[in-house]
Design a binder for this molecule. Structure first.
Ligand SMILES: [Zn+2]
Length: 283
């Protein structure tokens, strides 16, 4: 799946799509509440009101650059809280290469934040060691985000992620800490969208008058456009997360900005429209 935003091409490479089983992340999104939100069906929920979600990477081609935004779960990882996220043997790298993105050709890796499903393919297991998957890339991490997690030693569920997917990048000298309004190239810059994590950033694309936004996890699922007050269980600061959702959705509503969801399934992208007191995504 590809989108063209001016001179920028965005390609989606899916690692995992699921239907149902999302209660752990959005407990308020019960089938009874989801079913009446008709615009969610069939793309973002099934007829039974079960949410569809996706874990995918977005590949950006702009100004001769090849940028991967968020690197999913990865293979061979251990000590993950979600059972099916352990010891994966998926085809992600093969799919990436078949789509024209051999891992050696990527020049920039950008993680919107440092959660387990956004950093996994930063590294791959080679003869028992975690090696950078993208050896010719600079890996960009938000300075605020990195400093937060570096000091969260009590988050035992986070530590394996840091050890196997982030520290090896620093050890190889491939990491750059960036501010959260960092501009990667003329068409692509970060914008702060804090709340889900303390240093969370989204990505704005602006080329020849066309605009798009990659959400990261300020919204996990389009149902949060209908219910901006629904914070995910993974939100670090639910009050700030809701305020961020409302601020961004209000700014996007009715604007010609293609919103590309980091966990939105199926068509993944659309435009934000006002819908009564809240919003909907028009695909
Ligand atoms: Zn996520």
């Amino acid at each position: 799946m590809k989108w063209q935003i001016g001179d920028v091409t965005v390609t989606k490479i899916v690692e995992l799509e699921t239907t149902g089983g999302s209660r752990f992340i959005l407990p308020q999104a019960t089938p009874e509440v989801i079913r009446p939100i008709s615009w969610l069906i069939p793309h973002f929920a099934d007829e039974n009101g079960r949410l569809k979600m996706s874990i995918h990477a977005l590949l950006l081609e702009a100004s001769g650059r090849r940028i991967i935004v968020d690197t999913c779960l990865g293979n061979d990882k251990k000590d993950r809280r979600i059972p099916t996220w352990n010891e994966r043997q998926g085809r992600f790298l093969e799919d990436l290469a078949e789509a024209g993105f051999a891992r050696e050709t990527i020049d920039t890796v950008l993680c919107t934040h440092l959660h387990v499903d956004h950093v996994g393919w930063n590294t791959r297991l080679v003869q028992g060691r975690w090696e950078p998957t993208f050896p010719n890339a600079r890996y960009l991490f938000g300075r605020v985000e990195y400093e937060h997690w570096r000091t969260q030693t009590e988050r035992v569920d986070m530590l394996p992620v840091f050890a196997d997917s982030i520290q090896p990048i620093f050890a190889r000298g491939l990491a750059d800490l960036v501010e959260w309004d960092h501009r990667i190239c003329p068409e692509i810059e970060l914008v702060p969208s804090t709340g889900h994590t303390p240093g969370h950033a989204s990505v704005m694309i602006n080329s020849k008058g066309a605009r798009a936004m990659i959400t990261g996890d300020f919204a996990h699922h389009p149902c949060q456009l209908a219910h901006p007050e629904w914070s995910s269980t993974a939100d670090y600061d639910p009050v700030t997360a809701e305020a961020t959702r409302r601020r961004i959705l209000s700014a996007l509503a009715g604007e010609p900005v293609l919103v590309i969801g980091t966990h939105f399934a199926g068509p993944t992208a659309g435009h934000v429209l006002r819908d009564g007191q809240t919003y909907k995504l028009q695909v």
